[in-house]
Write a protein that binds this ligand. Structure first.
Ligand SMILES: NC(=O)c1ccc[n+]([C@@H]2O[C@H](COP(=O)([O-])OP(=O)(O)OC[C@H]3O[C@@H](n4cnc5c(N)ncnc54)[C@H](OP(=O)(O)O)[C@@H]3O)[C@@H](O)[C@H]2O)c1
Length: 333
C-alpha cells in the first residue's frame, strides 16, 4: 500500500510517500480502505519526537490517527461490521497509521460513519469528538445548566466541544481570536472572550469545568474562573501521575509526570479544584453515540481545508501554523 512514512523523529521533518506492506488483519480487526484522513496536532508532536517516551513507535512507521473509509475484510471474530460498511474511527494507541491507503483496526475502535457526512467530513471527527466526549461526558459528568469554559473554541477540539456542550444543555464560555468570534458564536458559545484583546481570567468566574488545550499560563489562570469543588481538565499537559499509571509507564517516568504536574496540582488543591490530564482513548461505542448526534443535526463538522493525498506534507505544515479553524483533512481516494 502507499503510505506516508516517518523515517526518523525530527521537528518539521517531511514524511516520505512510499510503499509499506499491507496490514495484517487480526481476528478482531476490520480492514479499511481509507477514503479520507483527519490531521491532528498530535501527528506533529509524534513526528517531532515529543511523545517518544509515552508512545514508543519505532521508525519507520506510518502516522495518522483519524480515518473514514469502507470495510473490505473482516477478521474471524468480527460481529459489528460487514464488508462494504462505511465507517470512521481513531485507532487505539500503538496502532496509528491512517496516512495510508489501508489500515487494520480493532472493531471496538470503529463506528458506522454518519450517513449525512462525506468521507472528508467524517474523517474530521473521531479524535477531537472522542476527546470532547471523554472530557465533558465521561470525566466531568456535566449536567444541564452547568457552566464550562472551553479554550481555543475555533480549533479542532474547540469547535466540536462547544457544540457537544450546548447539546448537553451547558452554558459555554470560550476563548477565540478576533477573526474567529463569529464562528464560535454561531457554534453556540454563550460567552466569547477575544484572547487578543481581553484576559479571560478577569472576565469569567463561577465555572464548573475548564477544558484547557493551551499553554501552562492559560492553565494556571483557568483556576481563577472555577468554583471550589470543580474540575480543571487539560488535554495539552502537563501529564499527571494517574495518567502515567494508566499508561503503564516505568517508575522513573511516573516520577517525571509527578514533577511536571506538581505545581498545577498544588495550585489547584489550594483552591479545592481537581486537576487532571486527559488523553483520548479510542472508543467505537462513544463514537456511535457521536454518529447519532451528527445525524440528528446537533453537531456538524467544521472543516477548514481539504488537501489531496499528494499534498499531505503541506496539510501537516498547515496544522503546524496553529491557525486552523476547525479541522484539516486529506482526501485519499
Ligand atoms: N490529550 C488529548 O487526547 C488531545 C486530543 C486532542 C488534542 N489535544 C491537544 O489539544 C491542543 C489543541 O488541539 P486542536 O486540534 O484543537 O488544535 P488546533 O485545531 O490546531 O487549534 C488551532 C486553533 O487554536 C486557536 N488558538 C491559538 N491560540 C489561542 C489562544 N491563546 N486562545 C484561544 N484560541 C487560540 C487558533 O485560533 P487563532 O488563529 O485565532 O489564534 C486556532 O483556531 C493541542 O495541543 C493538541 O495536541 C490533546
Amino acid at each position: 500500500m502507499k503510505a506516508y512514512i516517518l523515517d526518523a523523529y525530527d521537528k518539521g521533518n517531511q514524511l516520505r510517500l512510499g510503499e509499506m506492506p499491507d496490514p495484517v488483519v487480526g481476528p478482531d480487526d476490520v480492514l479499511i480502505e481509507i477514503h479520507a484522513t483527519g490531521l491532528n496536532v498530535i501527528d506533529s508532536k509524534i513526528r517531532n519526537g515529543e511523545f517518544k517516551l509515552i508512545l514508543p513507535y519505532k521508525p519507520p512507521f506510518v502516522l495518522g490517527a483519524d480515518f473514514a473509509g469502507i470495510v473490505t475484510r473482516v477478521g474471524a471474530n468480527v460481529t459489528r461490521f460487514a464488508i462494504g460498511d462505511a465507517v470512521y474511527g481513531s485507532p487505539r494507541q500503538g496502532r496509528i497509521g491512517t496516512f495510508a491507503e489501508v489500515i487494520a483496526v480493532d472493531q471496538a475502535d470503529v463506528a458506522l460513519k454518519p450517513a449525512n457526512l462525506s468521507m472528508e467530513e467524517a474523517a474530521s471527527i473521531p479524535l477531537v469528538g472522542l476527546t470532547a466526549w471523554q472530557v465533558l461526558v465521561e470525566r466531568a459528568k456535566l449536567q444541564r445548566g452547568q457552566r464550562v469554559l472551553i479554550h481555543a473554541g475555533s480549533g479542532g477540539v474547540g469547535t466540536f466541544a462547544i457544540q457537544l456542550a450546548k447539546h448537553l444543555g451547558l452554558h459555554v464560555a470560550t476563548t477565540a481570536g478576533t477573526s474567529n468570534l463569529d464562528l464560535v458564536r454561531e457554534l453556540g458559545a454563550d460567552t466569547v472572550v477575544d484572547y487578543k484583546a481581553q484576559d479571560f481570567s478577569d472576565l469569567l468566574s463561577g465555572y464548573d469545568v475548564a477544558l484547557n488545550s493551551l499553554d501552562g499560563t492559560t492553565l494556571a489562570k483557568s483556576l481563577k474562573v472555577l468554583k471550589p469543588g470543580t474540575k480543571l481538565i487539560s488535554i495539552s499537559g502537563p501529564p499527571d501521575p494517574v495518567f502515567a499509571r494508566q499508561q503503564g509507564l516505568n517508575w522513573g517516568l511516573r516520577q517525571v509526570m509527578r514533577l511536571l504536574s506538581a505545581s498545577i496540582r498544588r495550585k489547584a488543591r489550594r483552591r479545592g479544584i481537581d486537576y487532571s490530564f486527559l488523553f483520548m482513548q479510542a472508543n467505537g461505542e462513544q463514537l456511535s453515540s457521536i454518529t447519532t448526534l451528527i445525524e440528528s443535526g446537533a453537531i456538524r463538522p467544521v472543516v477548514d481545508r481539504v488537501f489531496p493525498f499528494a499534498a499531505l506534507n503541506d496539510a501537516l505544515a498547515y496544522i503546524d501554523t496553529g491557525r486552523a479553524k476547525g479541522k484539516v483533512v486529506v482526501s485519499i481516494r
